[in-house]
Design a protein around this ligand. Structure first.
Ligand SMILES: [Cu+2]
Ligand SMILES: [Zn+2]
Length: 188
């Protein structure tokens, strides 16, 4: 038992070290999920008609939360993806998800000197086939409950994909257009 406690303690130390190395968040990185004791969260995604459109599996890693998105029937091209502040996806516009998850009160954009929101991420690219199978990292959020930047806060949060690319600077939402897919992030 004692051994287990010591191992858990070492894990926590490693995790906090990881959290302090987040300056390099502007490069898109796909990395093997370095699993923590935090459970993965599966987020079912719906489109504006309320139909199932895919899912995202969220995993806690040393570099933030990895989002593994699989979705079908999307228009090709670069699309914005963000975590929004409220765990609600009411069709058809998903405005119920609120603004971007932003516990630190910053401005929008990975390239905004006054940003970014914790929920900001790099754009994803949808291929010609319209079927997406992509990974993207959210470096500033966690699935660990009780932290100020936890996606699993009281009202949950939402994963939202937009019709257009995020320009990474325009406040409050990167000029990314309509919300086309939405999924509620909540404790499982
Ligand atoms: Cu968004
Ligand atoms: Zn934002």
């Amino acid at each position: 038992m004692k051994k287990v406690m010591i191992l858990a303690g070492a894990g926590l130390l490693l995790f906090s070290a990881g959290c302090q190395q987040r300056e390099h968040m502007n490069e898109q990185e796909v990395f093997p999920a370095e699993k923590h004791a935090v459970m993965d969260v599966t987020v079912p995604l719906i489109n504006s008609e309320g139909k199932e459109a895919g899912k995202a599996v969220l995993s806690e890693t040393f570099k933030g939360v990895n989002v593994h998105l699989t979705a079908k029937g999307l228009a090709p091209g670069a699309k914005a993806i963000h975590f929004h502040e409220t765990g609600s996806c009411k069709t058809p516009d998903f405005m119920s998800a609120g603004g971007h998850f932003n516990p630190e009160g910053k401005m929008h954009g990975l390239k905004n000197p006054k940003g970014p929101h914790a929920g900001d991420m790099l754009n994803i690219i949808i291929p010609e086939s319209g079927t997406a199978d992509v990974n993207v990292t959210a470096p500033f959020v966690t699935l660990e409950e009780g932290k100020p930047n936890s996606l699993l806060d009281e009202n949950g949060s939402a994963l939202v994909i937009h019709e257009k690319a995020d320009d990474y600077v325009t406040d409050p939402a990167g000029n990314a257009g309509k919300r086309i897919l939405c999924g509620v992030v909540k404790k499982q």
